[in-house]
Design a binder for this molecule. Structure first.
Ligand SMILES: Nc1nc2c(c(=O)[nH]1)N[C@H]1C(S)=C(S)[C@@H](COP(=O)(O)OP(=O)(O)OC[C@H]3O[C@@H](n4cnc5c(=O)[nH]c(N)nc54)[C@H](O)[C@@H]3O)O[C@H]1N2
Ligand SMILES: Nc1nc2c(c(=O)[nH]1)N[C@H]1C(S)=C(S)[C@@H](COP(=O)(O)OP(=O)(O)OC[C@H]3O[C@@H](n4cnc5c(=O)[nH]c(N)nc54)[C@H](O)[C@@H]3O)O[C@H]1N2
Ligand code: SF4
Ligand SMILES: [Mo]
Length: 750
């Protein structure tokens, strides 16, 4: 007899409620929970794969140890594994200093509240300044803007999607990603509702994305030039007297300085660089400023580019200047049930930037971590402070870091590496030990991080449904055991003393820590109280929270933080130069951008057959003009070469791409079956890794965030390779061709 259980999907940021039919040890059916007030029954195809991953015969379910000098792993007991890991890591720290052991955290960390708490514990115990995470290949520019403008790196404004009348999207594709730093289950329905109530959605993207199709208004932009576009919008707004900060004016500093900063960036000056006509920019600025509640929203495409740092700040500034920050229908701040960031602000941990720099390249720290782009060189370069030991947690930097191939080579030089993960994959295969965690439906779930950036205030707590697979252990327990064991084995009394905190925290456990956070949180809840609402508790729409929430001294918004000045000067230089010659159609160099796909989740879900079967996903999209100039046709294999390396993938010709830009998804490039891959399905759908050709030296100049958008590539026919059959793209409804080089017809009326 199947019973019905509730859970929450932890794969992406939408946190959809799940209703699961359970028959013994299997989930026989996974549906959206129609009674969840937030997700209202929505799920996407990935949710069905949750149980594929849990029951995957290739999943690591006992600790594994790599036989020295080989690539073969053998099972080992937890006791021996933890003993070896803590002894070796403590030894390295004792001999070479705390920073000699690095910590590298991947994306799924934020999808487990217990992991979040465990990681804080391990990090504090290690005391290392060589911490890395997906932040520096993702949202770092947005966090830095929050730190500098609002006083805390976690005060992230969230689009009030359900009440806005004008949604400007720069470098995000929520219809596919399901929203990011905007937890909004069924984001497509919410976007359709914007239009249904007479609102507008304008997408700025070098690719006419799925979101652009839904929006109906789309503007091609040359990759990496969003900062210039927003500056020109601000320029128009100031020149035309459209700056109306409203109540924000009373606690905002720098309006005049911002007007001055935007002065050189007339729409005519940026048009040839962005590829967006001056009149279009003016129209966009006017319409945005005059909308009763407007959102300017940028995500991965805006952050991971040459000027990502400054662009993220300017998007916030645009919202402030037009009075749309902290206003209904604009961007607002969530009031989460468990307010980790509020707690951090109270205890003085608001974040940091540049308080130290990386040893080899001198790149700035952010929030106690270094850019992922320096991981390889910090391992390879000898000298004091060299990374010799590494703990990876839920991360696959070999596929997700810029020049990931170099990361893979560097990992082999480590003295010792331990990976806490569920798979033996491109990264963890280099570890000495793999420590396997429980996964998904095996554990309880509360969304500590994503509920804090949700478009409504909500809370949902669910218990684990299935017993842990094999000998897997809870992520928190593994992290706490590592912390306790390392502290106990350190020779210095100071380091050993940290063991006490670790032991006490371990004893309290994640569930009680969460309960405490809920009790002191703004809604004064508890796990028990939330559990009385098994489908989730709706705590209401977002409400204005400024200036009270501002975390800087004086509680004022700093509209023009000084750190952005050098980047502004660089941008001024850029408009002073004539447009680059590479603009002509058919010139050798193309500009590479990324792409997310509905049936793929970064690098690690490709071992689920239901997600990878069907047409090849890892294809290079190219505009017909660029293809014609190279004599290329859909399905032909092409060689894509950058400064860093070359890969071969099938090309797909489509007018959804801007002329001059090509797009390849990330997260592919799995070891093939012939290489003895331990992920057998993924090996048969291997694809290639775009991060074999992204460049660890191409970064946002301010923050060191990877600039995935903007890598210059040569694309040519791979003559020896066979073509592949590529049926028409289903994910993308290709409609009318854009009849202007950078401007879809739909934006013509602007
Ligand atoms: N299905 C699925 N969902 C996911 C993920 C996944 O892998 N698969 N990953 C999750 C993660 S980790 C994250 S961080 C979020 C990301 O969520 P989003 O940021 O919404 O997703 P992306 O697809 O990366 O969107 C970036 C967009 O920017 C565009 N772009 C590229 N370069 C530029 C540029 O220079 N300027 C502008 N204006 N646009 C540019 C790209 O064409 C793309 O459409 O998605 C999450 N959700
Ligand atoms: N070119 C390019 N590169 C990109 C991006 C891009 O847009 N373009 N996007 C970047 C972004 S936004 C992100 S967030 C990163 C993501 O890249 P990473 O942070 O490296 O994360 P994933 O690729 O999701 O890898 C997740 C790892 O965690 C493991 N795992 C899954 N679930 C669990 C679990 O419950 N517990 C544990 N312990 N392990 C688990 C998986 O097996 C896998 O090894 O990629 C970045 N890289
Ligand atoms: S949208 Fe995200 S949270 Fe919802 S079912 Fe899909 S992967 Fe899970
Ligand atoms: Mo991400």
């Amino acid at each position: 007899m199947a019973e019905t259980r509730l859970h929450t999907c932890m794969l992406c940021e939408a946190v959809c409620g799940l209703e699961i039919s359970v028959d013994g040890e299997r989930a026989t059916r996974i549906r959206g929970d129609a009674s969840d007030p937030f997700s209202r029954g929505h799920i996407c195809p990935k949710a069905a794969a949750l149980d594929d991953i849990r029951t995957d015969p290739d999943r690591v379910t006992t600790p594994r140890r790599r036989a020295p000098g080989t690539s073969t792993f053998v099972p080992v007991s937890w006791r021996d594994a933890l003993d070896e890991a803590t002894t070796r890591l403590a030894e390295i720290q004792d001999r070479h200093g705390d920073d000699a052991v690095a910590l590298s955290l991947g994306n799924p960390t934020v999808h487990s509240y217990a992991a979040m708490l465990g990681i804080i514990l391990l990090w504090k115990t290690l005391g290392t300044r060589t911490r890395f995470s997906a932040t520096s290949v993702d949202q770092l520019p947005q966090m830095l803007a929050s730190l500098k403008m609002f006083g805390s790196q976690t005060l992230l404004p969230v689009p009030d999607i359900d009440r806005t009348s004008f949604f400007l999207i720069l470098g995000a594709n929520p219809v596919v990603s399901n929203g990011s730093i905007m937890t909004a289950p069924d984001v497509a329905a919410r976007l359709k509702a914007v239009r249904a109530r007479g609102g507008r959605i304008v997408v700025v993207d070098p690719r006419r994305s799925e979101t652009a199709d839904l929006a109906g208004e789309h503007c091609f932009i040359r990759p990496g030039t969003d900062a210039l576009l927003v500056l020109a919008m601000l320029n128009t707004i100031f020149r035309e007297g459209l700056a109306r900060p409203g109540r924000l004016g009373a606690f905002t500093d720098g309006m005049e300085r911002l007007a001055e900063a935007a002065e050189p960036f007339a729409p005519e000056a940026v048009a040839p660089i962005t590829g967006i006509g001056a009149e279009v920019i003016r129209g966009l600025a006017r319409d945005f400023a005059n909308a009763p509640g407007a959102v300017a929203y940028g995500r991965v495409g805006l952050c991971t580019q040459e000027h990502g740092g400054v662009a993220a700040w300017l998007v916030n500034a645009l919202n402030v200047v037009t009075g749309n920050l902290d206003r209904v229908g604009g961007v607002m701040f969530t009031t989460p049930a468990a307010d980790l960031s509020g707690l951090a602000a109270m205890t003085g941990e608001k974040g940091s930037f540049g308080s130290y720099t990386s040893r080899v390249r001198g790149l700035p720290e952010f929030g106690g971590e270094l850019p992922l782009a320096v991981l390889a060189e910090e391992i390879e370069t000898e000298g004091a402070g060299q990374i010799r030991g590494l703990v990876t947690f839920a991360g696959n930097p070999v596929l997700s870091a810029p020049n990931g191939a170099r990361v893979g080579r560097a990992l082999q030089k480590l003295d010792f590496m331990v990976s806490v993960d569920i798979y033996e994959n491109e990264t963890t295969r280099h570890a000495n030990l793999i420590l396997p965690t429980t996964f998904g439906l095996e554990r309880d779930h509360f969304d500590l991080v994503l509920n804090a950036v949700a478009v409504r205030n909500t809370a949902r707590y669910v218990r684990g449904i299935f017993a842990p697979a094999g000998e897997t252990r809870a992520d928190f327990d593994i992290l706490a055991d590592l912390a306790v064991g390392i502290a106990a084995r350190r020779s210095s009394p100071v380091a050993r003393a940290k063991g006490l905190v670790a032991r006490v925290t371990k004893k309290i456990g994640p569930r009680r820590l969460l309960d405490g956070l809920l009790r002191i949180g703004p809604h004064r809840l508890s796990i028990a109280e939330i559990e009385r609402h098994p489908h989730g508790l709706d705590l209401g729409p977002l409400e204005p929270r400024l200036p009270g929430l501002l975390a800087n001294t004086g509680r004022r918004i700093d509209l023009v933080p000084a750190i952005y000045t050098p980047e502004l000067l660089r941008l001024r230089d850029r408009i002073a130069q004539p447009a680059a010659a590479s603009e002509a159609i058919g010139t050798p160099r193309l500009t590479l951008i990324g792409r997310r796909q509905l049936r793929s989740n970064n690098s690690w879900m490709h071992n689920s057959l239901r997600l990878v079967k069907g047409r090849e996903a890892c294809t290079l999209l190219m505009n017909p003009d660029d293809a014609r100039a190279r004599g290329l046709k859909t399905g032909q294999r092409v060689r894509i070469a950058s400064r860093v390396g070359a890969i071969v993938a099938p090309v797909e010709v489509s007018n959804e791409m801007a002329v001059g830009s090509v797009s390849l998804p990330h997260g592919w490039g799995h070891a093939r079956e012939s290489e003895g891959s331990s992920m057998r399905v993924a090996a048969r759908h291997a694809g290639v890794s775009v991060n074999d050709i992204t460049d660890e030296h191409l970064l946002d100049g301010l923050t060191g965030t990877a600039s995935f958008s903007g890598v210059q590539v040569d694309v040519s026919l791979e003559i020896a390779a066979e073509s592949v059959a590529l049926p028409p793209r289903r994910e993308h409804a290709t409609t009318e061709p854009p009849d202007d080089r950078y401007l879809s017809r739909s934006l013509r009326h602007l």
